[in-house]
Write a protein that binds this ligand. Structure first.
Ligand SMILES: [Zn+2]
Length: 317
């Protein structure tokens, strides 16, 4: 690492649901400043103003000023542009990177949020030491990021890692994407709730009808049969998909994160399902783990993406 690299710092931003997170990493990759603020997206201009303020809130001065900025967004990103953003249509095809770069006078890199989290996990979290890392985030939807030798593989159009829309049941429930039986319809939070309601119509469970994923996990750990079935079905669908991913990509690390669903019980069941469906030698080389980073992962990953864009993955390690 050159002196220039060791001394340089980078800012990462995350445009999340109603909140704008920012942070700055120093040359050693340590998060040295963090700031959160409410996010109100009324126009592109207003958003850019907020992003500029968020950068300034964590930026250093003089030699410690950030050299570049990374921005994590829950949308499809290709060629440093958001091409599709279902939650925030304002961002679809908007010149966000260009506008922000012009205002800041520094390079700006946009990245899908799951990819940014994957970069962070591969760098400083449960994926560190892995060469081919898949990070899966279990939420209402399912996101994933693939990081190979420190760099995101997002594909020519930014659709790599869209694991939530891999079909696992040809006759399954309709998915918000227009397809049917996507992994998300089973392993996503909405799928858990749908199965809970269906089960409670005729069976007894310790989970109340308005119970959330945490309640289901807690009940499953305590041996509740309905809750255990929901977790097991999720593990079967997720383990099958992850086995395919290990087979296709020769992954050496799979990291599962997200909310309450990413629990040791689910992990154990996912590993058991994947083991039955993967070539033994390929499976033996791959370690499945729960994520180690919390809600700062996207900020850390976005800053790292900005840094890698400047110096390359090998040099930025
Ligand atoms: Zn889908």
């Amino acid at each position: 690492m050159s002196l220039l690299q060791a001394a340089s710092s980078y800012v990462g931003l995350e445009i999340a649901n109603g909140i704008l997170r920012s942070g700055r990493i120093n040359g050693m990759g340590r998060l040295v400043a963090r700031h959160d603020q409410p996010l109100a997206m009324t126009s592109l201009e207003a958003l850019v103003n907020q992003l500029v303020a968020a950068v300034r809130a964590v930026d250093g001065t003089g030699d410690e000023a950030a050299r570049a900025v990374g921005v994590a967004i829950s949308g499809i990103v290709a060629a440093n542009r958001v091409t599709m953003c279902a939650n925030m249509p304002l961002l679809s095809d908007a010149p966000l990177g260009e506008e922000l770069g012009r205002r800041l006078g520094r390079p700006v890199r946009l990245e899908n949020d799951a990819n940014a989290a994957a970069v962070a996990e591969a760098w400083q979290g449960a994926g560190r030491g892995g060469r081919a890392v898949l990070f899966v985030e279990l939420g209402v939807g399912l996101g994933a990021g693939i990081v190979v030798d420190g760099r995101v593989w997002s594909g020519p159009n930014g659709y790599a890692g869209e694991i939530g829309h891999v079909q696992v049941d040809p006759n399954g429930a309709p998915c918000g994407c227009g397809l049917r039986g996507c992994l998300e319809t089973i392993a996503g939070a909405t799928g858990w709730m749908r199965r809970l309601r269906a089960a409670l119509a005729s069976r007894h469970s310790a989970v109340p009808t308005n119970g959330d994923q945490q309640a289901i996990v807690t009940a499953a750990v305590a041996g509740d049969v309905v809750a255990l079935e929901i977790v097991a079905e999720t593990a079967r669908a997720l383990g099958t998909t992850l086995a395919a991913a290990v087979g296709l990509l020769n992954l050496d690390r799979v990291v599962i994160g997200g909310g309450a669903a990413a629990c040791p019980l689910l992990l154990d069941k996912v590993v058991a399902e994947a083991r039955q469906r993967t070539l033994p030698r390929a499976f033996a080389e791959c370690s499945f783990r729960l994520s180690e980073l919390t809600d700062g992962a996207c900020v850390l990953g976005a800053a790292r993406v900005a840094r890698v864009a400047m110096f390359g993955a090998a040099e930025a390690r």
